[in-house]
Write a protein that binds this ligand. Structure first.
Ligand code: KPL
Length: 289
């Protein structure tokens, strides 16, 4: 919603693809999406449809959770034009590759964002923190990058997007599960910093083994900086668990442990963390994947 409202406000054509007909009807009743920026709020009306609409899609922005991405794209796959671009904004790793395998004819662009937003209610999004978006694949930057800038989305092309995604994954593995297990805000981890640093050391070895040595540089220092900068926030995984939602564990810790296994690397701390987290989720009746 944060992207759609800003693109539409800049005069670019945007269509929302809703999960199903019930969501489409709910959206129509709201008459648009409200974007809240500080004191200012604006109702923006966007075209909307369901996946089964018979209309070609040239550029698809996928913004759902990592575990929903493959299914969401599968519903649209038949509508993609031969020169389609699919921009993937999922957390962690694994879902992007699954989508790329599903639509090999499309240009799949991976993205990572530090922008902050939350939904105040359905169809009402609060722009909580300005940030940066990195997009990339192995090719040249597309022309439309300029359209993002024009819409107020600060975007940068990164030919090495995988390195950024690995680094973000490592950071999330070092912070998010511990905030759940210690039931604390990110800043609460300052009292468990030895545990965080030990995880960073293991993650650094894993990154190097996976050919991502650059993503391992100064990892403990960066993790520490992020903990301090977001000390008052609850991590996304902590929020998922408190609100009884499925977490993205398979695309974070699960992905890291599987990568270690594929490289015959033992990661006892990450494995123990994954087991403790799975146990914690099971006790709360939440899925472990
Ligand atoms: O990305 C985050 C998350 O919560 O998923 C951090 C950076 C840890 C901030 O909370």
């Amino acid at each position: 919603m944060l992207w759609a409202t800003r693109l539409a406000r800049a005069g670019l054509p945007v269509t929302l693809i809703m999960r199903n007909d019930a969501r489409l009807q709910a959206y129509r009743a709201a008459q648009g999406v409200t974007l809240v920026e500080g004191e200012h709020s604006q109702l923006i009306t966007l075209q909307a449809q369901t996946p089964d609409t018979d209309e070609p899609v040239q550029r698809l922005l996928v913004t759902c959770k990592a575990y929903d991405a493959e299914h969401a794209v599968a519903q649209i796959a038949g509508r993609l034009t031969p020169d389609a671009e699919v921009i993937l904004l999922q957390n962690g790793l694994g879902s992007q590759q699954a989508v790329a395998n599903l639509v090999p004819q499309a240009r799949c662009i991976f993205a990572s964002s530090t922008e902050g937003a939350f939904r105040q209610s359905d169809w009402n999004v609060v722009f909580a923190g300005r940030g940066q978006v990195w997009l990339g694949d192995t090719g040249e930057a597309p022309q439309w990058l300029e359209e993002l800038e024009r819409s107020g989305i600060s975007a940068q092309w990164s030919p090495n997007i995988l390195s950024l995604l690995w680094r973000k994954l490592a950071l999330n593995c070092a912070i998010n599960p511990l905030t759940v297990l210690h039931d604390c805000r990110n800043g609460g981890l300052l009292t468990h910093i030895d545990q965080v640093n030990a995880l960073c050391a293991e993650l650094g070895i894993l990154l190097e083994r996976c050919g991502q040595a650059e993503a391992a540089i100064d990892l403990p220092a960066q993790v520490s900086r992020v903990i301090q900068a977001t000390a008052n926030n609850f991590s996304s995984m902590h929020q998922d668990v408190t609100q009884g939602r499925r977490t993205e564990i398979s695309y974070l810790l699960g992905y890291a442990c599987a990568a270690a296994h594929n490289h015959q690397l033992t990661v006892p701390l990450l494995q123990a963390l994954q087991q403790r987290l799975e146990h914690h989720l099971k006790l709360r009746g939440l899925p472990c994947n």
